[in-house]
Design a protein around this ligand. Structure first.
Ligand code: SF4
Ligand code: SF4
Length: 742
């Protein structure tokens, strides 16, 4: 991670004004999105339909580009397919020179940000006025957009008032109504003076040559109609076959973006004048239009359509990242993202697109369509794979999965950082061999007796602050004297006679080495409820840490080993009490889909694996004894989103007489633990943890239950740091107490 990037993260975490504005905006987005989707009877079916439209469009992109070109020219517009950012800019520059353009108005368009059109126009002596209020604010402030749909959401109205007073010479006000009036008055004259209007397009309809542009301010309509020349610039991925397809996507876009059922303005533009000129070669302007006095020929208006490739074709040809082209730029993945909410959009400064989707796009479109993998890796490192974004995405892009693959791709191509090399050593050498891993932990424990972790921590504080923080967390954890795998024989000897179920138990690294009593409780409660439990001969990591933190090769290796080991386990189902492990084993078919030897076997294993609470909800249970405790529940990301089982542990708790369950606000949001995230971005991890602890305190609970060792470590660490006196337990420990088998 570059110093500049770390510095920006640190700065943004301290930017209280930005956080105030961002939390107001986030709250608004959360509430309005829920409201806007409430009247859609089958949101998921609509999302699936939207996804199909995008899949079809990208699959048939070459035909659709040709069809759009035909449609645009047929109606009298000009069409140019720009291979790169540079060629798109060159086309516009030729046009402005030919038309002697001095002033241009522009409505919001991310593609023009991507190709840095303003910079090019300004260097050619053209004054460019942004007409979207948010864009105008950041233009006056000399900044880049903070967010793809809310470019100025980081600026509270007080800051906007000061900016307007300084740049527009108006009296200071922080009244939003007055501020909008000032912006409107200052823009009105520009529309009348401009020789050129530039808009983007949310969707381009190949069949009719129609472009859909949505706004809330009506500025795009003025931009495209008042100046004589209108340039539409959009990406090739915005093309869809028919208007009906565009309207399906339109049902989702404003709902996901701003929480509106529809934006105030939806403009459908089909370039219709002047009469169709003869076809011309792509990349050059038609001589009739470049000639002197073209307007004098009676062509009152002209429309130029530029569709930009700039790396998109490479993305399309890439099986792993093709689906990033399905993005409809709603921005909801950013609105919901805990990392984005912590650091904001300017940490991505210099990049046009933000969040995970922005990381992928950076890898392809930056540097004139060549991509910037190094920068993309930094952006991807911000993701803690919580899956909130994928849940919101209207076109169902598997964002955390793609993010992990991007990290792996970057690590393979660019080489690993020293910290990543250390982690890969663990993924490849320690995690496939539990005994070796256990020896490493024992060595750590021995070292701890002579203060070794403190020395390592002190050295790392100077070289890798994030890794040092990881050491601090591990150092504060009390490892068990006896690991779970060392107790298995004794525990399994208590299998009930005449058991109703033959179940396997997946011994995760977390339960084995960090929380053996929770693992033991799992075995005991299964036995207590009529299960004969058996374990595999070997126990290894499921592969999730390796995969999500950028070593796909190691993850695949671990997945194959697990398949081989667990295939031999004589059990009907295999139970895991680690939400991450059960979630990841269920994802093996996706991980190994191209592996002819393992794809089917992965599928079979994924059908045998059960998360603990999922399994307990499927069998008849013994009655619980009363438990007098006040408990709250944190739902691990990989339980709620990867497996959609977030309610299952709660259903079990509700059966325990006397147990008081207090609801934890945002109980399904990431706690910032995310495996080893704190060794990558410890300041972000801490910020998220602190927010979680505030909510936890508000519950008044004595006990926090969460069925995931990474979440347990994070919460225990946080509670210790703040001296909260709240104990963190695993579901199995709480259930064991309620069954009186501790
Ligand atoms: S998975 Fe979570 S942390 Fe990662 S981008 Fe999505 S919302 Fe953000
Ligand atoms: S990735 Fe999905 S959620 Fe994010 S901006 Fe694109 S469409 Fe919206």
């Amino acid at each position: 991670m570059s110093r500049d990037f770390s510095y920006k993260i640190a700065q943004s975490l301290q930017d209280t004004m930005m956080h105030t504005a961002l939390s107001r905006a986030s709250l608004y987005f959360d509430l309005s999105r829920t409201w806007a989707f409430a009247d859609l009877p089958n949101k998921d079916a609509l999302k699936r339909r939207a996804r199909q439209i995008k899949e079809f469009s990208i699959e048939h992109l070459d035909e659709l580009i040709a069809q759009l070109r035909e449609s645009v020219i047929r109606h009298g517009g000009h069409f140019y397919l720009a291979p790169t950012a540079q060629t798109a800019n060159d086309y516009v520059l030729k046009l402005v020179r030919a038309r002697n353009v001095k002033k241009a108005v522009k409505s919001k368009s991310m593609v023009t940000e991507e190709i840095e059109l303003n910079k090019h126009l300004e260097s050619a002596g053209v004054e460019v006025i942004e007409t979207d209020l948010g864009e105008r604010i950041i233009q006056l402030a000399g900044e880049r957009p903070f967010h793809i749909t809310g470019p100025a959401i980081h600026k509270p109205r007080e800051a906007v008032g000061k900016l307007f007073a300084e740049k527009l010479g108006v009296p200071y006000t922080n009244d939003p109504y007055e501020l909008t009036k000032i912006a409107r008055a200052s823009l009105r004259q520009s529309y009348l003076e401009a020789d050129l209007g530039i808009t983007g397009a949310n969707f381009a309809v190949a069949q009719t040559g129609t472009f859909l542009v949505i706004t809330n301010e009506g500025n795009a309509r003025l931009t495209m109609t008042l100046p004589k020349v209108h340039v539409i610039i959009t990406g090739i991925e915005k093309i869809v076959p028919t208007l009906a397809d565009a309207l399906v996507l339109l049902k989702l876009l404003p709902r996901s973006a701003t929480g509106q059922k529809l934006t105030s303005y939806v403009s459908l533009v089909t370039p219709t004048s002047p009469p169709a000129p003869p076809r011309h070669g792509e990349g050059s302007l038609p001589p009739s239009l470049l000639g002197k006095g073209a307007r004098g020929l009676g062509h009152d208006r002209e429309v130029h359509v530029i569709v930009v490739d700039n790396g998109r074709s490479r993305m399309r040809a890439d099986a792993q990242f093709r689906e990033a082209l399905y993005c409809i730029r709603c921005g909801s993945c950013m609105n919901i993202c805990p990392a984005f909410r912590s650091v904001g959009g300017h940490v991505y400064a210099g990049q046009t697109y933000m969040g995970v989707i922005g990381a992928i796009w950076t890898a392809f479109v930056d540097h004139n369509g060549q991509g910037d993998l190094a920068r993309a890796r930094e952006l991807a490192s911000l993701c803690m794979t919580c899956g909130l974004c994928a849940q919101e995405c209207p076109v169902q892009i598997d964002l955390p999965w793609r993010n992990a693959q991007l990290l792996s791709r970057a690590n393979e191509h660019l080489g690993r950082t020293p910290t990543d090399r250390l982690k890969s050593f663990a993924y490849r050498k320690l995690l496939p061999n539990r005994k070796r891993l256990a020896r490493a932990v024992r060595a750590w424990q021995l070292g701890a007796r002579v203060g070794l972790p403190k020395i390592v921590h002190a050295i790392l504080t100077r070289t890798d602050e994030d890794l040092a923080h990881g050491i601090e967390i591990v150092q504060s954890h009390q490892f068990a004297q006896k690991f779970l795998h060392e107790r298995l024989a004794e525990l399994l000897a208590h299998n009930p006679q005449g058991a109703q179920h033959r179940v396997g138990y997946f011994v995760s690294c977390g339960m084995d080495l960090l929380y053996p009593s929770a693992g033991a409780a799992t075995i005991k409660i299964l036995q207590h409820n009529g299960c004969a439990v058996r374990c595999a001969e070997k126990h290894i990591c499921c592969g999730a840490p390796a995969f999500y933190y950028g070593d796909e090769l190691a993850a695949k290796n671990l997945a194959r080993l697990n398949i081989e080991i667990l295939e031999k386990l004589d059990a009907d189902v295999i139970i895991s009490d680690e939400a991450t492990c059960s979630g990841f084993v269920k994802s093996y078919p996706k991980l190994l889909k191209d592996d002819p030897t393992y794809a089917q076997r992965a599928e079979k294993l994924s059908q045998r694996i059960r998360e603990l609470s999922e399994f307990l909800s499927q069998i008849e249970l013994n009655p619980f004894q009363p438990l007098s405790e006040i408990v709250t529940y944190h739902a691990p990301c990989h339980l709620v989103r990867t497996q959609k089982l977030g309610e299952k542990p709660l259903e079990l708790l509700r059966k325990i007489p006397g147990l008081q369950i207090r609801e934890l606000e945002k109980s399904d949001h990431c706690c910032g633990g995310a495996g080893t995230y704190s060794t990558i971005h410890h300041k972000i991890s801490l910020k998220i943890l602190e927010d979680e602890l505030e909510r936890l305190k508000a519950t008044g609970a004595q006990t926090l239950m969460t069925p995931c060792s990474a979440c347990m470590i994070q919460h225990q660490y946080g509670c210790r740091r703040q001296n909260l006196g709240i104990q963190t337990v695993h579901l199995s420990e709480l259930l064991a107490r309620a069954w009186g088998i501790v």
